[in-house]
Design a protein around this ligand. Structure first.
Ligand SMILES: Nc1ncnc2c1ncn2[C@@H]1O[C@H](COP(=O)(O)OP(=O)(O)OP(=O)(O)O)[C@@H](O)[C@H]1O
Ligand SMILES: [Mg+2]
Length: 376
């Protein structure tokens, strides 16, 4: 774990970081974001001691980094910067192998590892003999990433690594980084200006402003519960709609669907459907709230003995979703099974809510209603 405690940084009289505290768990992908000059790069460079704090403590795995030799420290920390920092007069191979060679690692192992690394970042080994100028911007960034992995560090620091490439390449590089991280599970601290990039990549986003941390939270919480107006404005209104995977069933379900119990008669069910204007009833166990099944209007309409209990007519292998399922998955189920509503149950099958096509439409239209109120 990387831990910054009450860290401040002054450049002469300029207070650049003002008493920030931050904990980054091992294996997490943390994105630092905020307006230009807010202190992102300074924070990043303090982790590998390119900059020392004015006051405060920084520890990695409980060891005070100010008491660690900076060279030894940097061996465990990969670093990728915006303009790649590749040496133009060295081939790709020489760039990647430079530090391992300085470290005196075994030549054969270095060669093997370089070939693995170049493939890991999606380039084939023929690129190893080229010079950086013979590569596209995106390919150079891949080499920069490969080089940062050369000593197999636990931590990778990335300072706006993709900001100089076109949007399409950028998207590809982001996807590749997600796949790479799934394989290698490093602790990554990544700086960006782009909130979409942050939402896509981060386990946690650290939003900074004027040397302070304004909110440090999961992308989902930043989108749903912005800490203040600055966060709301920075993230942008209705941003959640651009990340529908963060909208959960629980956010849009009706929490009081019309229910009846197992012993309710068909007549009673018919009456209930009529008076509540619904064509589906959730049939539950009154005590446990467990959902036994779903009763549809078309099934009760043609029932012969209306005094018999509904339990003979219910569909017990109904399609359901969990409160934490994303709206995207719920919509896929609705579409796949051509259903007009879907009960939401917890792990014990207790009824928590219901999503109907009309509740979906209402939620979706809310987006546009909100947009309109903004305009006027
Ligand atoms: N070596 C330095 N000497 C003096 N001031 C510095 C130094 N490095 C950074 N600063 C100042 O510290 C502040 C924070 O800089 P930093 O580079 O951390 O910002 P940033 O959030 O990374 O910005 P950007 O998004 O533009 O890269 C800025 O006002 C900058 O001018
Ligand atoms: Mg910066």
């Amino acid at each position: 774990m990387i831990k910054l405690e009450n860290v401040s940084k002054n450049f002469k009289k300029n207070k650049v970081l003002k008493n920030i505290s931050l904990e980054i768990e091992k294996g997490d992908f943390v994105v630092l974001i905020g307006p230009s000059g807010c202190g992102k790069t300074t924070t990043l460079k303090m982790i590998n001691r390119l900059i020392n704090p004015t006051t405060g403590e920084i520890t990695i795995e409980d060891k005070d980094i100010l008491k660690t030799d900076p060279i030894k420290l940097r061996r465990k920390i990969g670093y990728v910067i915006q303009q790649t920092g590749l040496f133009p007069h060295m081939t790709v191979r020489e760039n990647i192998e430079l530090i391992p060679k300085v470290e005196g690692l075994d030549e054969d192992k270095i060669k093997e590892s370089t070939e693995e690394l170049i493939e890991l970042v999606g380039l084939d080994t023929s690129y190893l003999d080229r010079y950086p100028s013979e590569l596209s911007g995106g390919q150079q960034q891949r080499v920069g990433v490969a080089r940062s992995f050369a000593l197999d560090p636990d931590i990778i620091l990335m300072d706006e690594p993709f900001s100089a490439v076109d949007p399409i390449t950028r998207g590809v590089l982001q996807d590749e980084l997600i796949n790479l991280q799934a394989k290698v599970k490093k602790t990554i601290v990544f700086v960006t200006h782009d909130i979409r990039e942050a939402i896509k990549l981060a386990d946690k986003i650290c939003l900074m402003n004027e040397g302070h941390i304004v909110q440090y939270d999961t992308p989902e919480n930043i989108l749903k519960n912005p800490a203040d107006d600055f966060v709301t404005e920075f993230v942008g209104d209705n941003r959640i709609w651009q990340s529908p995977e963060y909208i959960r069933a629980r956010d849009i379900m009706i929490t009081d669907p019309v229910t009846c119990h197992m012993d309710c008669t068909i007549n009673e069910a018919k009456f209930l459907m009529g008076s509540k204007h619904v064509n589906t009833l959730m049939v539950i166990d009154n005590e446990t709230n467990r959902l036994h099944g779903v009763l549809r209007k078309k099934h009760v309409q043609h029932a012969i003995n209306c005094d018999s209990p509904v339990k003979d007519l219910i569909i017990s292998d109904y399609i359901y979703a969990n409160p934490d399922d994303s709206i995207v998955d719920v919509l896929k189920e609705v579409d796949k099974y051509h259903i007009s509503n879907i009960p939401i149950v917890d792990n014990k099958k207790r009824l928590k809510g219901l999503i109907t096509k009309s509740s979906l439409v209402e939620t979706l239209s809310q987006q546009y209603i909100d947009d309109e109120t903004e305009v006027y």
